[in-house]
Design a protein around this ligand. Structure first.
Ligand code: PBG
Length: 326
């Protein structure tokens, strides 16, 4: 059967029809809201590369959590900018580290109402800006694992609900699982940045988190963009090492990886709608070239339709007001 018996436009005629047939619902509770918390500031500092976003003092994270909850968003992803950086990433696992302090404040305020997720990486805490220990200009994989384990345990001790290793070291999920279990945190899940590509889309984040490498780049540990196979292997390894949730990052240029992961694995998939993807929308909207709400909904719907169960997005706080207005 075909035209004129078939008319696809019949089911598109009214808003109610379109809504009734919508298959992808964006739920604010499926969005994860990233927060940058900085140790040495007293007032929010606007992030020039991410319009509408600021680095926050520890004293303000509770307000931010309230706003997220008011929008129906149930989880935040914390990034810390410490007062002191060194070559061992010491502030990343300090008892009174910036993220550790922020978690304690948030736990005190919200208990289990808000899910606290911590990015486990060293780049923000290293004077050289790389994600691991450096020797002879090379990131040392196995030495870094030990430090990542310490960071995860220190987060868990402060009350973190989920740890999210993003350093792209081989074996990081297994090392963290073991460290957590040894410390009695066998109930703390791991959200693994499994398929994390080396990407130009992280540019605005690195300005926000002060984590640009001082030399070289991250291509020896983050994935190279031309492969699907490698992503599937990374994911499989992370699952075998005990990952509870796996991530594909960035989202937009890697929707095929999300779809493939969805078809291949039986565990929750989170996609990271990264800083560059956010800032492009903001910049174009500020210039009047696109409509921010329409485009944001379209992007988030696309990521969900590709197969993401959860989306980490800087748009999360705008969620409830306009997310599902088709
Ligand atoms: C830490 C980390 C990065 C991002 C998340 N965790 C930066 C990087 O790998 O350079 C990027 C997030 C974004 O761009 O929104 N390693």
């Amino acid at each position: 059967m075909s035209f004129p018996t078939v008319r696809m436009r019949r089911l598109r005629r009214t808003a109610a029809l379109r809504e009734m047939l919508n298959q992808v619902c964006l739920q604010p509770s499926n969005l994860i809201y990233p927060i940058f918390v900085e140790e040495s500031i007293k007032k929010p500092v606007a992030i020039a590369s991410m319009p509408g976003y600021s680095r926050l003092p520890i004293a303000q994270v509770v307000d931010e959590g309230k706003q997220a909850l008011a929008q129906g968003v149930k989880s935040v992803l914390l990034f810390g900018i410490p007062a002191k950086k060194d070559e061992a990433g010491t502030s990343a696992f300090a008892k009174d580290g910036v993220v550790q302090k922020a978690i304690r404040e948030l736990k005190k305020a919200f208990g289990d109402e808000l899910v606290l997720i911590g990015d486990v990486c060293l780049c923000e805490y290293m004077s050289h800006g790389h994600c691991g220990i450096i020797k002879d200009k090379e990131v040392q994989n196995d030495q870094t694992l030990e430090v990542l384990g310490k960071v995860a345990v220190s987060y868990a001790e402060s009350g973190m609900d989920i740890v999210a290793p993003s350093a792209m070291m081989d074996g990081q999920v297994g090392a963290i699982r073991e460290a957590l279990d040894d410390a009695g945190f066998e109930q703390v899940p791991i959200m693994a940045y499994s398929a994390k590509y080396a990407s130009g889309f992280y540019g605005p984040f690195r300005e926000a988190a002060e984590s640009t490498p001082k030399f070289g780049n991250r291509r020896s540990y983050q994935m190279s963009q031309g492969s699907q196979q490698e992503a599937m292997r990374e994911i499989e390894l992370d699952i075998n090492e005990g990952a509870d949730i796996i991530m594909v990052k960035p989202a937009l240029a890697y929707l095929d990886i999300i779809a493939l992961a969805k078809a291949s694995f039986n565990l929750p998939i989170v996609a990271y709608n990264v800083s560059g993807e956010y800032s492009m929308v903001k910049a174009a909207a500020q210039n009047g070239w696109i409509d921010e709400k329409t485009v944001t909904r379209e992007i988030l719907t696309g990521i969900k339709r590709a197969g993401a169960d959860l989306i980490i997005t800087y748009h999360a706080k705008d969620a409830k007001s306009w997310l599902n207005q088709l």
